[in-house]
Unconditional design. Structure first.
Length: 202
C-alpha cells in the first residue's frame, strides 16, 4: 500500500507542472484566437460600411463614410452588426466573464488603440503613421500572470510579447494619445484590476 501511495505521489508531482503549463498555453491560444476573430470582424465591418479605415493607411479618400467619427474607432467596427460575440472581449487568462455588449467598453480585458482624423483642407490625412508601430488591440500582462500578452499589430498579425515589451507598447500608445495622435481605451474593470496602472488616454 505504501509503495502504491508513493508511486501515485511521484506521478502527481511530475504531472502537476505539466498540467499547469498546458493550462496556461490553452489560455494564451484562446487569447490569440480572440484577437484573430476581432481582426476579421473589423475587416468585415470596414468592407460592409465602405469606410476605408481598417487597416489604416496614411491617406484615405476624401469621401469617407465611416462608422467611426472622427477617425478609426475600433470599438465601433467591433460592435458593427454583432459580428463579435461577447466572449471574444474577455481574455481566457483573466478568469473574468463576459458582460453585456451594450457596455463592453466598461468590462473588456483588452486595451483598444484608435486613430484620430486630421483633415486640414479635407485632404483626408491621418496623423498616425506605420512608423509608430502601435498595435490596435493589446492584452496586458495582468491577464497572463504578468508574463506577457498578445497584441494585434498594425499588419494584422497577432504576436506574443513578454511583459516588458507589452508595457513599453502600452506606454508608447499612451504617449501618442497625449500628443493627440491616438486614443487608448481601457475599460473601467481593467483600470480597477490593475489598480490604475492602465487608464484611458487621453
Amino acid at each position: 500500500m505504501m509503495i502504491w501511495l508513493t508511486l501515485v505521489s511521484m506521478v502527481s508531482a511530475l504531472t502537476t507542472p505539466t498540467n499547469a503549463k498546458v493550462g496556461e498555453l490553452s489560455k494564451r491560444t484562446g487569447c490569440q484566437w480572440n484577437l484573430h476573430q476581432m481582426n476579421l470582424a473589423m475587416l468585415q465591418a470596414d468592407v460592409a460600411l465602405s469606410s476605408y479605415v481598417y487597416p489604416p493607411v496614411n491617406f484615405y479618400p476624401t469621401n469617407v463614410t465611416s462608422a467611426s467619427s472622427p477617425g478609426l474607432d475600433l470599438l465601433a467596427l467591433l460592435l458593427f452588426e454583432g459580428n463579435v460575440p461577447p466572449e471574444c472581449f474577455v481574455c481566457p487568462g483573466s478568469g473574468n466573464k463576459a458582460g453585456s455588449m451594450s457596455n463592453v467598453a466598461e468590462w473588456t480585458d483588452y486595451i483598444l488603440v484608435s486613430v484620430p482624423w486630421n483633415q486640414p483642407g479635407g485632404t483626408g490625412a491621418v496623423v498616425w503613421s506605420s512608423a509608430d508601430n502601435i498595435p490596435w488591440i493589446i492584452c496586458p500582462p495582468i491577464n497572463h500572470k504578468d508574463k506577457g500578452g498578445y497584441v494585434l499589430d498594425a499588419d494584422q498579425s497577432t504576436r506574443w510579447r513578454d511583459a516588458a515589451g507589452i508595457e513599453r507598447t502600452i506606454s508608447n500608445a499612451c504617449s501618442l494619445a497625449l500628443a493627440g495622435r491616438a486614443r487608448v481605451t481601457v475599460s473601467k474593470s481593467l483600470t480597477e484590476r490593475s489598480k490604475g496602472r492602465y487608464k484611458t488616454a487621453p
